[in-house]
Design a protein around this ligand. Structure first.
Ligand code: GTP
Ligand code: MG
Length: 313
């Protein structure tokens, strides 16, 4: 009995001596490897949008993990690819910024990979320009044995460590956190522990609507759409309102895309609106009135002015 008490207090004082850590971990990789899925698994919450379509993530998003040892700011980044327009260039540039702010980088690849493709070589070029320790993370090991991918990528550059995970099943996600901790500097938390994501309510709302576009629209169409929140009035700010009022524009490049988004007799726009409203109500905790409009802005993905207005600059 006595001994247990002594051990417990020794453990307690050991814990007290252990300094808290805080720092940024950038998650990078080609599109679709599961970076946003990993963020959601780490935070045990749906903070980042996930879809089977490449180039889902368009902004580097800081998502905040807390435990009694550390606060880790995971930056979910857009997939690194060969840019085809100014939007694509912005996506790649935002990865550089995230890397420069990070203490350590996780490079995500897939367990099924059998060769290092052009986009992965692009990732290697980007990593070579930013001197940070890199952890190789082989994802989707629920579907494939990760051994060959660990070997394949293991030779491409020096790694601080390697791990196989499944973001979908949560496999080895806690182990990944343990592995990252020693790379983080000692320091106090930067964010309030209740904050899950560093982004405005408007940004979060736009992302939720974009998530539904990716789910409901086919092929390339969702990539041609941007979401702009024109008005956001919450019952907290406007107590006379019973509902959260959101007016948003879906910006497309052509009249043809506008037709697809609206659909026959407005059926598609109605579906997008209903699905987005349910998700917005779930995340904000308020009943929501969502007012969606479709606007054509020819070639917005090539326009510096429009990209800047939409926060892609
Ligand atoms: N089987 C399996 N699928 C996964 C796993 N993690 C992610 N996925 C799937 O992979 C697809 C892409 O996931 P995302 O998390 O959106 O990938 P991403 O790297 O963020 O993609 P971008 O934002 O486009 O760069 C989705 O269909 C996910 O459900 C996993 O561990 N196992
Ligand atoms: Mg993503």
């Amino acid at each position: 009995m006595e001994k247990t008490t002594t051990d417990a207090s020794a453990a307690e004082s050991g814990k007290a001596q252990e300094k808290a850590r805080c720092g940024v971990v950038a998650l990078v990789g080609r599109p679709n490897v599961g970076k946003s899925s990993l963020v959601n698994a780490l935070l045990k919450s749906r903070v980042a949008i996930v879809s089977p379509k490449p180039q889902t993530t368009r902004n580097a998003i800081r998502c905040i993990y807390n435990d009694d040892r550390a606060q880790i700011i995971f930056t979910d980044t857009p997939g690194i690819h060969i840019p085809k327009n100014k939007l694509g260039q912005f996506l790649t540039d935002s990865v550089f910024d995230a890397l420069e702010a990070s203490a350590v980088v996780c490079w995500l690849v897939e367990a099924a990979d059998r060769k290092v493709g052009p986009e992965d070589r692009e990732v290697l070029t980007v990593l070579a320009e930013v001197a940070r320790p890199v952890v190789l993370v082989v994802n989707k090991c629920d579907e494939h044995d990760p051994a060959r991918a660990l070997d394949l990528y293991g030779d491409t550059r020096p790694f601080a460590s390697r791990i196989a995970i499944s973001a979908r099943r949560g496999r080895n996600v806690a182990e990944l956190i343990d592995l990252l901790l020693p790379f983080l500097p000692e320091g106090e938390p930067w964010y309030d522990p209740d904050i899950l994501m560093d982004g405005t309510e408007r940004f979060l709302a736009a992302e939720i609507i974009r998530g539904q576009l990716l789910t409901l629209l086919r092929d390339e169409v969702p990539h041609c759409v941007a979401v702009e929140i024109d008005e956001y009035k919450s019952p907290e700010e406007y107590p006379d309102r019973k509902k959260l009022y959101i007016r948003a524009s879906l910006i497309v490049e052509t009249a043809g895309q506008k037709g697809i988004l609206i659909g026959e007799r407005g059926v598609m726009l109605g579906r997008i609106g209903r699905a987005a409203r349910v998700e917005l109500e779930r995340t904000t905790g308020h009943p929501v009135y969502l007012d969606l409009w479709v606007r054509v802005s020819p070639g917005w993905r090539q326009s510096n002015l429009v990209l800047r207005r939409l926060g892609y600059s």
